[in-house]
Design a protein around this ligand. Structure first.
Ligand SMILES: C[S@@+](CC[C@H](N)C(=O)[O-])C[C@H]1O[C@@H](n2cnc3c(N)ncnc32)[C@H](O)[C@@H]1O
Length: 439
């Protein structure tokens, strides 16, 4: 799958996009056999649907079926109506809950891991970069431990957050009140900046490609699973992309549906020995992981990625969550989280292909946290806790360590510059027993 160069890949990708566009035109001309009058009369039927639904509906009506990646991107991050853009989606009242929201132990262990690895290889100021910080709970727990270790004068904090609403919650959780909104004409690429009580400077960006150069430590927890994916299906005639179209079988209640593209997909999307008949591919994830590998190779640093995922063996994992229940990703777009399991084999391959990095993992979350001595930390916290607090700590611990749940569904991967290979033979990265290197 990755034996060819990126250049060739983009050429093929470009060609396949052109083909897809042509195909979309063909589909809209051939199957949307309705007059202008009919289109207008149907408008009244969708008037009671959400703005996002209408946007997607007319987009497909105008130019034909869209890729799942396009659908996912609009549903999650459409500037005004996207799922993440204007509400708090986390916790019991929201749609799902994440490890840092469940237990402070999670962020504390990650913090100890960062300090340990940083002190092994660097002793100068660094940038701590978090991708998709949610409410800012993980980074707040990390900073609390940094404070205890006297690390706060060593770092600046860089948050990659596309949602203005969530960035405000992060701001309240992390900063003193005087946050500066950036004048778009200013030199910095951040959109706002603030400072924590420990005097750590905080910068917000829409994209990872905007962060300044420098030794960088990247954290991505439940970030890669929300990045848009394209889906491909193998048929007896070859591989075809799955697209999102409108199903108008029921004239009074049209809805979105999956259809197969009419054009063959390019070879790049599958490995030579691909055993699966359905795969998911995230171009955005690939570009982000390659950017992280370039930054740590050129400026120094490392990355820790935690997410639910697989090692290149799962097939159809695209799904939605509303109020903690799995639901149909094509129904009521914008009212549920859309997600797909992270393909760690693909991410690692993308990282190793263009840069000299070491990738460790994936290891199960519970094994990783055990090796970082989460049990000792739990017992320490017990010492100063009330009975009710102990109960809460234990509940949280059990949930994030559950061998039949989050403890094994969630996996951890780390990335370091390749030049550290020999060093890690002597002083292995904590939490990872083995690692894969570029040949
Ligand atoms: C599933 S939440 C994870 C939140 C947090 N890391 C946690 O574990 O609680 C995904 C986060 O990524 C942000 N996000 C989603 N797509 C993004 C994108 N393309 N660029 C930057 N941030 C994005 C969301 O707004 C949200 O903060």
């Amino acid at each position: 799958m990755f034996g060819i160069t990126n250049k060739l890949f983009f050429k093929k990708l470009y060609y396949s996009q052109i083909q897809r566009l042509k195909n979309q035109l063909y589909i809209s001309a051939s199957t949307n056999n309705i007059s202008e009058q009919n289109v207008l009369s149907k408008h009244s039927l969708i008037n009671n649907k959400s703005e996002l639904y209408k946007y997607l509906y007319f987009k497909i009506k105008l130019s034909g079926p869209i890729s799942v990646a396009n659908y996912m991107k609009q549903v999650l991050t459409h500037p005004t109506n996207g799922y993440y853009m204007n509400k708090d989606v986390f916790g019991e009242k929201g749609d799902y809950i994440t490890s840092p929201e469940i237990s402070q132990l999670f962020g504390e262990m990650i913090s100890v891991w960062i300090i340990n690895e940083y002190k092994k290889i660097h002793n100068k100021p660094f940038q701590l970069v978090e991708l998709g910080p949610g409410r800012g709970t993980l980074i707040k727990d990390i900073l609390r431990i940094f404070h205890q270790f006297g690390m706060c004068d060593q770092l600046s904090l860089h948050l990659i957050e596309v949602s203005p609403f969530l960035s405000e919650i992060q701001e309240k959780n992390l900063c003193l009140s005087n946050v500066q909104k950036n004048d778009p004409s200013s030199l910095g690429k951040h959109y706002k900046t603030g400072v924590t009580a420990d005097n750590v400077k905080v910068f917000w960006y829409k994209s990872i490609f905007d962060i300044p150069k420098g030794f960088s430590i990247f954290i991505a927890h439940e970030f890669f699973d929300v990045l848009p994916i394209q889906k491909f299906q193998k048929t007896k005639d070859g591989w075809f992309e799955i697209l999102v179209d409108i199903d108008e079988t029921d004239k009074n209640n049209e809805k979105f549906r999956f259809i197969l593209s009419k054009t063959l997909s390019c070879d790049r999307i599958r490995t030579k020995n691909e055993q699966r008949d359905h795969i998911e591919f995230s171009l955005e994830a690939m570009l982000i992981i390659q950017n992280i590998s370039s930054v740590i190779t050129e400026n120094g640093g490392f990355a820790l990625i935690i997410d639910y995922g697989h090692n290149g063996d799962k097939t159809d994992t695209f799904r939605a969550f509303r109020q903690h229940q799995q639901c149909d990703p094509l129904l009521k777009p914008g009212t549920a989280d859309l997600t797909a399991d992270v393909d760690f084999a693909f991410l690692k391959q993308a990282a190793l292909e263009s840069n000299k990095v070491l990738c460790f993992g994936p290891v199960n979350q519970n094994d990783f946290l055990k090796e970082l001595c989460i049990d000792i930390r739990l017992l320490n916290l017990f010492k100063n806790s009330s009975i009710e607090q102990k109960k809460q700590l234990e509940l949280g611990y059990n949930k994030i360590m559950d061998p039949k749940g989050m403890g094994t569904c969630f996996k951890v991967v780390s990335m370091f510059p390749y030049v550290l290979k020999d060093y890690f033979e002597k002083f292995p990265v904590h939490g990872f027993q083995s690692y894969v290197t570029k040949k």
